[in-house]
Design a protein around this ligand. Structure first.
Ligand SMILES: NC(=O)c1ccc[n+]([C@@H]2O[C@H](COP(=O)([O-])OP(=O)(O)OC[C@H]3O[C@@H](n4cnc5c(N)ncnc54)[C@H](OP(=O)(O)O)[C@@H]3O)[C@@H](O)[C@H]2O)c1
Length: 216
């Protein structure tokens, strides 16, 4: 299997490239200056760029599809609809957070929110100062998991500071107690290792739309 790593020289892309190299995967990088049409030489595409670049690429891939793992955040509802259309022909996996911890948390969020009826809920996310989208894709995932289980209003706060890889805290408070659940990425490697699990998961899929929830 040959992999094209799109955005492979960026912060996240470099972390993925390092783990792909260590594990002996056959891959090449497509950066901003490279000819995107080289993607056709690959069986699987992995993309960590920005929303506009990703959707420009998706529009081309729709014409000559390849299996696609997308980690870029900030996609719109229309973007996701196009990805779902593509997933009718090839496997597509979209995840705003490849860590196992966040995805396990997402699975349990409905139960937790249901059990804590009447509690106020907030999400606080912190990321490095270069992160462009705000709030983070992960904060949006957490928020929608809470909203699926309850109509409680969710206050979302985003901080952009220093070099923080990614930190999310969900806070539940009643008049008598406070519960805080924090997920902290200690390096980008945790996301890159999740990408490897996603690659292995997609290997035997012909088509379909998946998330990390399916992988774990
Ligand atoms: N899903 C997750 O688990 C997860 C985790 C962390 C981050 N992210 C997301 O991943 C994305 C990238 O984040 P980052 O921190 O790695 O950003 P970054 O350091 O700015 O890297 C983005 C990379 O994309 C490249 N790029 C831009 N336009 C391109 C194009 N048209 N064709 C090919 N490559 C292009 C850039 O190339 P140049 O270097 O030439 O500009 C750069 O190397 C963001 O959306 C971020 O929110 C997701």
């Amino acid at each position: 299997m040959k992999i094209a790593l799109i955005g492979g020289r960026g912060r996240m892309g470099s972390a993925v490239a390092e783990v792909l190299r260590e594990k002996g995967y056959d891959f090449f990088i497509i950066g901003r200056e490279d000819d995107f049409s080289a993607y056709r030489e690959a069986d699987l595409l992995i993309e960590f760029t920005n929303r506009d670049a990703t959707m420009h690429h998706v529009e081309q891939v729709v014409k000559d599809p390849r299996a696609y793992i997308i980690g870029t955040t900030g996609l719109t509802g229309d973007d996701i609809r196009l990805l779902r259309r593509l997933s009718g022909r090839v496997p597509v996996l979209l995840s705003y957070n490849f860590s196992i911890g966040i995805n396990v948390l997402l699975k349990f969020m409905g139960n937790l929110v249901g059990a804590l009826e009447g509690y106020d809920v907030a999400i606080v996310e912190k990321h490095h100062r270069f992160k462009k989208d705000k709030p983070s894709g992960t904060a949006k995932l957490l928020e929608s998991a809470i909203r699926e289980a309850s109509d409680v209003p969710v206050d979302v706060h985003a901080l952009r500071m220093g070099g923080i890889f990614g930190e999310h805290t969900i806070i539940f408070a009643s008049s008598g107690e406070v519960i805080e659940i924090t997920h902290r990425a200690l390096s980008r490697r945790v996301f890159a290792e999740g990408v490897i699990r996603a690659i292995e998961f997609l290997k035997d899929k012909d088509k379909g739309f998946f998330t990390m929830g399916d992988v774990i």
